[in-house]
Design a protein around this ligand. Structure first.
Ligand SMILES: Nc1ncnc2c1ncn2[C@@H]1O[C@H](COP(=O)(O)OP(=O)(O)OP(=O)(O)O)[C@@H](O)[C@H]1O
Length: 323
C-alpha cells in the first residue's frame, strides 16, 4: 500500500536550511495499522504531508495506494484520506452541511452522500449532530468529525497526523476504538503519527521510529521491546557476585550491575530465562529473597537506541484538555 525509497525533504530559506526528512524507506502492507513514532521535530508530519501529496519531496520515490506519488499525485489523492493536526471542519459551518460539501468535492452524488453521512455519523457516535455548528462540538467529537471527513470517500489508506493530541484520556481511548474499527470493519490501511507511547502500545501492530529525519528502527511494539531493550530482571540474593556471574552466562544478558545484595540485568525475555536461573542458583545453594521482572516501555527502546528519552525530547506531550 505504501512503498517509499530514500524520501527526503529539505526546507530552504535565505537564512536556514532544515533537513526535515533525510532519506527514509517505508513499506506498509494492505490492511496494516502502522504507527510513526518520534519526538517533536523528528520529521513525522513532513513525511506524512509528502505521502499525502501536500508537500513535494526534495528527492526519493514513492508508490502510495497504487499510484506514483510524483507522477500521479491526483491518483494518490483520490485513493487516500488525510486527517491533519488542525481541525479539518470549518468552525461556523453546520456538521451536516460541512460533510455534504466534502462529499460533493469527491464527486459523490447527493443521495449516496446523504446515506454515507448518516451511516458514518452513526459509526462515529455523532448521530443527531448534523444541525450543530462545528465550533460547538467537544474536542473528541470534533476529532471524530475530522476522521469522518477524511473517510467519506471510502479511501483504501488513511493518514492520521497525531489523532489524539489534546484529548482527555477517555476521549482518546474512544477515538482509538474508532481507528481500530476503520481497519477491522473496512480493511482500511491506517498510517498514523504520534508522540504518545501509550497510543502506539494500544493501537499499532507495527511501528516505525523516526528521529532527526531518519528511521532508526521498526518492528512490532513487543518485538522492539524484547529485541532492542529487553526485560529488566532484579534479584536480591545471598550471593550477589555469583548471581551476577550466573546471569552473565544467560543468552543475551547485558547491563549487569550489582548494588549491595541486588543484581540487575537485562535479557530479551525475562519470563523464559527465570525458571532456569532460579534452578541454577538453587543448585549452588544461593538463596533468592526477591525477584522482579520489568517489561520495558517504548521509551526504553528509544533510550537504548539514542541515549535520550522520548519524554525529555517531548516536553509538551502531556498537554491535555477535557472533552
Ligand atoms: N515549512 C517548514 N519550513 C522550515 N522548516 C520546517 C517546515 N516544516 C517543518 N520544518 C522543520 O522540519 C523539522 C521536522 O518537522 P515535522 O513537523 O515534520 O516534525 P514532527 O516530527 O511532525 O514534529 P511534531 O511532533 O512537533 O509535529 C523540524 O525541525 C521543523 O521545524
Amino acid at each position: 500500500m505504501i512503498k517509499v525509497r530514500d524520501l527526503a525533504k529539505t526546507f530552504r530559506s535565505r537564512k536556514n536550511t532544515v533537513e526535515a526528512v533525510r532519506g527514509v524507506d517505508i513499506d506498509v502492507a494492505e490492511g496494516e495499522l502502522v504507527g510513526f513514532l518520534g519526538p517533536n521535530g523528528a520529521g513525522k508530519s513532513t513525511t506524512l504531508r509528502m505521502l499525502s501529496t501536500l508537500l513535494r519531496p526534495t528527492s526519493g520515490v514513492a508508490m502510495v495506494a497504487g499510484c506514483d506519488l510524483l507522477d500521479d499525485p491526483a491518483g494518490v489523492r483520490r485513493r487516500i484520506g488525510y486527517v491533519g493536526q488542525g481541525n479539518g471542519a470549518g468552525g461556523d459551518q453546520r456538521v451536516g452541511e460541512e460533510l455534504m460539501t466534502q462529499a460533493q468535492l469527491y464527486g459523490i452524488d447527493r443521495r449516496q452522500a446523504r446515506l454515507r453521512v448518516e451511516e458514518l455519523l452513526g459509526q462515529y457516535d455523532l448521530t443527531g449532530m448534523e444541525t450543530r455548528t462545528v465550533s460547538t462540538l467537544s474536542g473528541g467529537q470534533r476529532r471524530r468529525l475530522d476522521i469522518v471527513m477524511g473517510v467519506l470517500h471510502r479511501p483504501q489508506l488513511v493518514f492520521l497526523d497525531e489523532p489524539s493530541t489534546a484529548l482527555d484520556p477517555q476521549s482518546r481511548s474512544n477515538l482509538w476504538d474508532h481507528i481500530r474499527s476503520l481497519r477491522d470493519l473496512h480493511s482500511t490501511t491506517v498510517f498514523l503519527t504520534t508522540h504518545y507511547l501509550d497510543e502506539v502500545d494500544a493501537l499499532c501492530e507495527r511501528i516505525l521510529v523516526i528521529d532527526g529525519g531518519r528511521i532508526i528502527t521498526e518492528g512490532t511494539p513487543d518485538g522492539l521491546k524484547s529485541e532492542v531493550s529487553g526485560d529488566l530482571l532484579v534479584l536480591e540474593t545471598s550471593d550477589p557476585s555469583s548471581t551476577a556471574a550466573t546471569a552473565e552466562r544467560l543468552p543475551g544478558a547485558r547491563e549487569i550491575t550489582v548494588d549491595g545484595s541486588t543484581v540487575r540485568f537485562r535479557v530479551p525475555l525475562g519470563g523464559s530465562v527465570l525458571p532456569g536461573l532460579l534452578r541454577e542458583l538453587d543448585r549452588n545453594q544461593i538463596s533468592v529473597m526477591s525477584v522482579q521482572t520489568h517489561r520495558p516501555t517504548l521509551d526504553d527502546v528509544f533510550l537504548t537506541l539514542t541515549g535520550r528519552s522520548l519524554r525529555d525530547t517531548d516536553a509538551d506531550s502531556t498537554d491535555e484538555q477535557g472533552e
